[in-house]
Design a binder for this molecule. Structure first.
Ligand code: ZN
Length: 380
């Protein structure tokens, strides 16, 4: 595919979809062979799930887990972050938990001096969402964030009220309300989660979709959380269910984008995660350190999930194309400086259909995504 002959200028709208703590192993490899039989991972009695998702090869397994993503979406864009193909996409903050990761996504850099974990502090920096609203001359209703985790009220904007945010168990009191929005807003208090700060992704996604239909925002962030919540609860079966739901959300979103003239052929999806998962913190040792420095990914086990204080395996920077017809690339390493030096072209919205930029999980080089997409959106 010729990257240079297509332009990001076709993109008029950007939708950012984040899946909290989604592991690259699950995204790229489907059901984890080490976890599939683990009683401590909630996999006892998950026979139906295994029958549905277990296959012989990682490619077959990921297709079973995320059929829409791998068969429809990925061929329209770029997928980064498959460590097994020497593609590493990493967080740059030191804490490797949620708020620092989201802040990095939304402000373009780690803010380790100010955001030291998941404490409830207001984002000290204006976010890309606020920036775009000003730069593009949009009203506050044209930039929206719907999140399952209530912390997004603090993460998503530096100046309260800059954009529309609804997150956590919170009544919807924003603009463009509708009967469906009212129904969803009430439903979140009837179908409670086991967690205090997070509501179900279903509510978040359906609210975002309704907002999309009624308010037609130019910039939308949908922040799903259950991929992380269930992992903390050591329920890998539910993590897989949540990933399957993510896939169905993407399918539904893609359908709506195609149905609405405001979005069809003018919208780019950016899909990423705030951090990965590893057992580094629990089993830190010199041998492991050496292995990680040498770029050997940590051996995974049931402890792989359940903690998001992880150490990311370091993989030597190496640009390696493995392009396929249709523009799907997996295995191209992305770093800020190298990407700019080599004028790495991220995709690509064609005039006839929207494109998808999929930033795997972990996200160094986020500024490249900004430069190519967020900052190229047209005014008006
Ligand atoms: Zn997280």
């Amino acid at each position: 595919m010729c990257f240079s002959c297509l332009s990001a200028r076709d993109t008029r709208n950007i939708f950012l979809i984040t899946a909290d703590g989604l592991r690259w192993r699950d995204l790229f490899g489907g059901m984890d062979p080490m976890l599939k039989g683990q009683k401590t991972a909630g996999m006892e009695g998950a026979a139906a799930l295994k029958a549905k998702l277990w296959r012989a090869t990682p490619e077959e397994r990921r297709n079973a887990l995320m059929p829409f993503f791998w068969t429809t979406l990925a061929p329209k864009g770029v997928v980064l972050g498959n460590v097994k193909k020497q593609s590493s996409v990493r967080v740059t903050n030191a804490y490797r938990v949620s708020y620092p990761g989201y802040s990095e996504i939304l402000t373009g850099r780690a803010q380790d001096e100010a955001i030291r974990g998941n404490e409830a502090v207001r984002n000290p920096t204006p976010t890309i969402l606020e920036f775009l609203r000003r730069k593009l001359g949009l009203s506050s209703s044209q930039v929206a964030l719907f999140g399952s985790w209530e912390m997004f009220h603090l993460i998503g904007e530096h100046q309260p009220g800059s954009i529309v945010i609804n997150a956590g168990h919170r009544d919807y009191d924003g603009p463009h309300s509708s009967a469906r929005m009212h129904e969803l807003s009430a439903l979140q208090f009837e179908v409670l989660t086991p967690w205090t700060e997070e509501r179900h992704d279903y509510i978040t996604f359906e609210m975002a979709l309704e907002y999309l239909r009624t308010a037609k925002p130019r910039v939308l962030h949908i922040a799903l959380d259950e991929t992380d919540d269930w992992a903390h609860d050591k329920r890998y079966n539910r993590v897989l269910d949540a990933i399957g739901y993510l896939d169905r959300c993407l399918q539904k979103l893609w359908q709506v984008i195609g149905d609405l003239p405001e979005y069809r052929g003018k919208t780019t999806l950016v899909i990423t995660s705030d951090h990965g998962r590893d057992r580094w913190t629990r089993y830190a040792g010199a041998r492991r350190s050496r292995k990680l420095r040498r770029g050997i990914p940590a051996r995974h086990s049931a402890h792989d999930f359940g903690s998001d204080g992880h150490r990311v395996p370091r993989v030597r920077w190496r640009s390696r194309k493995s392009g396929r017809a249709g523009g799907f690339e997996e295995g191209r390493t992305l770093s800020v400086t190298q990407a700019w030096r080599r004028r790495l072209a991220l995709p690509i919205s064609s005039p006839t259909r929207p494109s998808a930029v999929v930033v795997g999980t972990r996200h160094a080089g986020w500024r490249v995504v900004w430069q190519r997409y967020f900052l190229k959106l047209p005014r008006g």
